[in-house]
Design a protein around this ligand. Structure first.
Ligand SMILES: [Zn+2]
Length: 199
């Protein structure tokens, strides 16, 4: 049923966003790792990330478990470092393009950490975080670019303070500390697709 809805949304290329900031048709898995924005009228930055658990390995439910505080930290040596971590993102886009939403856009997700964009700190306050299932060492999929472009277009239409100039990688707002979405994320492809959709 969820897959059918996502296929329908994919066909039209449009996603509806409700008053609380839920993407209609996305799979929903609420995360407790969120709180109120200082100003929920100020959504003015989109941050692109990549994540895979363990790094470079795709599939499985580890990312969802991390974002919902259910990760079994003994299941893999890498996970030990994630113990007690409280993080989330608004959206996760899987390798096949499937979208899961953890936090409604109106709420503050905990994805950026110590960060600064255009002279302003604490980017979580005013940003939306999208995770692409991926790694710094390999390309993203066509399905991910397609979905990311669709969702970005819908977000730009829904939140007027969000503009194509206010889309950044995690590495850009947390330089030296974060490297994602990494060298394989094709910014020119992404930006060209957005420009085209805005026509
Ligand atoms: Zn990140």
């Amino acid at each position: 049923m969820i897959e059918q809805t996502q296929s329908a949304a994919k066909g039209s290329g449009r996603w509806t966003i409700d008053a609380d900031g839920w993407l209609r048709g996305a799979r929903v898995l609420p995360s407790p790792n969120c709180d109120a924005r200082p100003d929920d009228g100020d959504i003015s930055l989109l941050v692109i990330h990549n994540i895979s658990l363990p790094p470079g390995r795709f599939g499985g439910r580890w990312i969802e478990h991390l974002f919902t505080n259910r990760l079994d930290c003994d299941a893999h040596p890498y996970f030990a470092a994630l113990r007690d971590l409280r993080v989330s993102a608004h959206l996760l886009i899987r390798r096949g393009g499937r979208i899961t939403q953890f936090v409604p856009f109106r709420q503050r997700a905990w994805h950026a950490g110590v960060s600064c964009f255009d002279g302003r700190e604490r980017c979580n306050d005013f940003s939306i975080g999208i995770e692409l299932e991926g790694a710094d060492t390999q390309p993203f999929t066509n399905a991910q670019y397609r979905r990311l472009q669709q969702v970005t277009t819908s977000l730009l239409a829904r939140y007027p303070r969000l503009t194509p100039q206010r889309i950044a990688g995690h590495s850009e707002i947390a330089p030296g500390r974060k490297s994602d979405p990494g060298p394989y994320f094709d910014w020119s492809r992404y930006r060209a697709a957005i420009a085209q959709s805005l026509g």
